[in-house]
Ligand binder design. Structure first.
Ligand code: NAP
Length: 212
């Protein structure tokens, strides 16, 4: 598969690129600078592009089988930029005639029990609220794009660099927790879940949660 990976230089994006390449896919990895020097694979091409610019996304996506996103706002940016990125990805996908879009989203809107979204639970850290709320706004935009085969893939409540265990679970719209009630996934296993979803779509038009 030829995959346009938006945000390939990021913490999650880098691992998604590694996972795609290890399975023999070809990856065009987008970041603003286009400098991704630490992925040396003949099937990887690093390119510069602005993911808030639909013209850029259209140009870059043309000829690819799917678009994957691991985009995120920089620390100094308004998290609301996620909505601009989402609009540009949707518009770019349409204009480039790419129907499959798998988006790394946020866990904040997932049902954490009794219908309460994670973001509204008392334990949810205040400092995560702006980006979590912006990620929910971006999902609302994606939900309107019925003509695309989109999946909004959410990490667990906590996602960190870790181990590729090869195991994970998914759930539609609900926070995934382990036997101790913890919601966690390593970035490596999240990358695995994202590439599984690209190869064998199980969650088209779905807010799909991941965890153990
Ligand atoms: N539990 C949760 O719900 C949870 C936890 C963690 C992360 N997340 C979400 O997962 C996503 C990825 O997280 P992360 O930690 O991997 O983020 P990250 O390390 O900050 O990576 C963000 C990526 O987006 C790229 N980017 C930003 N603006 C861009 C633009 N205008 N054009 C092109 N590329 C752009 C960055 O590239 P350059 O800066 O090199 O251009 C980088 O590759 C985020 O949306 C984050 O909110 C969710």
């Amino acid at each position: 598969m030829d995959v346009l990976l938006l945000g390939a230089s990021g913490r999650i994006g880098h691992r998604v690129a590694d996972e795609l390449l290890s399975r023999g896919h070809r990856v065009t990895g987008v970041s603003r600078s286009g400098d991704i020097d630490d992925i040396e694979d003949p099937d990887f091409v690093a390119v510069a592009g602005d993911a808030t610019d639909a013209d850029d996304v259209t140009k870059l996506a043309t000829g690819h089988d799917a678009i994957a996103s691991a985009l995120g706002p920089s620390d100094d940016e308004d998290p609301g930029i996620l909505s601009e990125m989402m609009r540009a990805a949707i518009d770019g996908a349409r204009r480039a005639d790419v129907t499959r879009l798998v988006w790394t989203g946020g866990a904040g809107g997932l049902d954490a029990g009794d219908g309460t979204p994670l973001i509204e639970t008392p334990e949810f850290p205040d400092e995560w609220e702006p980006v979590a709320s912006a990620a929910i706004d971006a999902l609302d935009i994606l939900r309107e794009a019925d003509d695309l085969d989109w999946t909004y893939l959410a990490p667990a409540a906590l996602i960190e660099p870790g181990e590729r265990t090869g195991d994970y679970r998914t759930a539609e719209g609900e926070l995934v927790t382990d036997e101790e009630g913890e919601s966690y996934i390593s970035m490596e296993d999240f990358a695995l879940a994202l590439v599984d979803e690209l190869e064998d779509p199980q969650g088209v038009h779905t807010y799909l949660a991941t965890g153990y």
